[in-house]
Structure formats: structure tokens, C-alpha cells
Design a protein around this ligand. Structure first.
Ligand SMILES: [Zn+2]
Length: 267
């Protein structure tokens, strides 16, 4: 059984065929999905989606750094309400994005620091987003990891405390993340021709430290570039990852689902 640990199925790109997308995912063996509701406008739709497909979906609630400029008064309190819903399994995605919002560094750091204590308060792991800037000196991974090392107190006594979703850093970032109890999220970017370095890092990290994700509707695998991504692409991502790790695809499916359950809890 496959698990997609990072999907944005509430996105408008799925409005016309959300039910078919979920059915196709099942037909490909992708039975478990973590929906990421990372803007205040996504929280209610995220919960609604989980209620419709209760056996298959759980939700992360948080505020993504790209939305730092749109936060309204009361959002923090509302977020805490959603983190107490039965479908809530993580705080996220939260983090630093210096690609799209390089000018709002201080605001992003403040937003991240405000959300980190929610992990301990509600006993939830975190889904982290880090994207470095186009120019050197805007190193989102180094800043995120050093902040977590200093200020993130959440200690669940479990194998994982969170995940570096869509991992795109260097080996030292992967190592620092694993030392902090973070899994590495592997998605369609693993299959892109130019990403040899990423494949080397994931091979070095090994199957014990990864979870699979799509980040749909974004980042489809190589075979579908330019098209909409959806959870049914997980087996394709898994097959290429498994072949690099020297494992069978079914073995990697079970392994990464076990990792996902160790991270978010079984469901
Ligand atoms: Zn995402």
C-alpha cells in the first residue's frame, strides 16, 4: 500500500473531478493521503475533504510562508481550533520560502516561530517547507535547521518529529534534518533528469528516512511534466526511487507507508 504524504486536493484544479482523482489513486494502490491545508481559506475545505473520505485522508493545518502577507487578525486562534479536529495530524506546511518571498524574511521567521510551539501544545509533528532564494545568502535550509535546533522543543518520543517536505537541499541539510528526527519527503522532482544530486542524497539517506509525496497539483513526475499532478503518480515515483535504492517497489511502498505512520500516526 502506498501513502501520499503531501497533497493539495482542495486546490481548485481538482474541483471538476476530485472524486475521480481519489478513485484513481485507490486503483493504483494509493489508499492513504495527507491533505495539506496551509492557508486560512484552505482549513475548512481540508476538514470537509477528510470527513468525506474518513478512512483515507488526514489533514495538516498551518500557514505557509508564502501567505505571510495575507494573515488576518484571528487566524492564529482559528488555526488552533483546526489543530484540535479529529482529522488533524500535523502542523504544516510551515517554513521559509526565499524563492517567492525573499523580501519578507523577518516576517516569515516570525510566522514560523509562532507556529513551532503548536507541535508540543497539540502533540503533532510538523511538515516543513524550505526553498532557498535565487541569490546566495538566502539559504532557507540552513536557517530553518538552525532555528529548529535552537527553538523547537517538541519531543514526541517517536521515530520522527516531522518531515522536510519536497527535500531539495544538500547532503549536509539532509543529515542535519535526520539528526533532528525529520524524514525527507521524496516526490516527482526525484525523477527529473537534472536532479542527479538529489537522487544521490536520497540513496545515501536510505529507505528508513524517506516518505513519498506528490505535492499535487504541483510537481508531476518526468513523464507528466507540464500536466496536473495527482496521487495516482505515487507508484511511478516509488518505482524509480526503489530502483535507485535497490529495492522492489512493493517493499518500498510498505516501508515508506510504515514511515508515514511513524510520522503522522496510523490511520
Ligand atoms: Zn505543498
Amino acid at each position: 500500500m502506498f501513502t501520499d504524504t503531501h497533497a493539495h486536493l482542495s486546490h481548485k484544479d481538482f474541483d471538476a473531478d476530485r472524486g475521480e482523482v481519489l478513485a484513481r489513486a485507490s486503483s493504483q494502490g494509493v489508499f492513504k493521503i495527507i491533505e495539506i491545508a496551509c492557508a486560512p481559506s484552505e482549513w475548512a475545505p481540508g476538514e470537509a475533504l477528510c470527513l468525506q473520505a474518513a478512512g483515507r485522508l488526514r489533514c495538516a493545518f498551518g500557514i505557509h510562508p508564502e501567505y505571510v502577507k495575507d494573515i488576518q487578525p484571528g487566524a492564529a486562534e482559528e488555526l488552533e481550533n483546526y489543530l484540535q479536529k479529529p482529522c488533524a495530524v500535523a502542523v504544516g506546511e510551515i517554513g521559509l520560502d526565499y524563492w517567492w518571498e525573499p523580501g519578507r524574511r523577518a516576517e516569515q521567521l516570525a510566522l514560523l516561530e509562532a507556529q513551532l510551539p503548536l507541535c508540543a501544545k497539540y502533540s503533532k509533528p510538523a511538515v516543513f517547507h524550505a526553498r532557498s532564494g535565487r541569490e546566495p545568502g538566502l539559504d532557507a535550509y540552513a536557517e530553518l535547521l538552525s532555528l529548529l535546533k535552537q527553538k523547537w522543543t517538541y519531543s514526541p518520543g517517536k521515530r520522527f518529529r516531522g518531515v522536510l517536505h519536497c527535500f531539495s537541499g544538500r547532503w549536509e541539510d539532509a543529515k542535519a534534518g535526520m539528526d533532528l528526527g525529520l524524514a525527507l519527503g521524496v516526490n516527482g522532482t526525484f525523477t527529473y533528469k537534472k536532479n542527479g544530486d538529489l537522487r544521490d542524497i536520497i540513496m545515501r539517506a536510505g529507505a528508513d528516512n524517506i516518505v513519498l509525496e506528490t505535492d499535487c497539483p504541483y510537481l508531476p513526475p518526468q513523464s507528466a511534466r507540464g500536466k496536473r499532478n495527482d496521487p495516482s503518480f505515487i507508484p511511478e515515483i516509488a518505482a524509480m526511487t526503489a530502483s535507485h535504492l535497490g529495492l522492489g517497489t512493493n517493499h518500498l511502498a510498505d516501508k515508506t507507508t510504515a514511515n508515514a505512520f511513524a510520522l503522522f500516526g496510523a490511520f
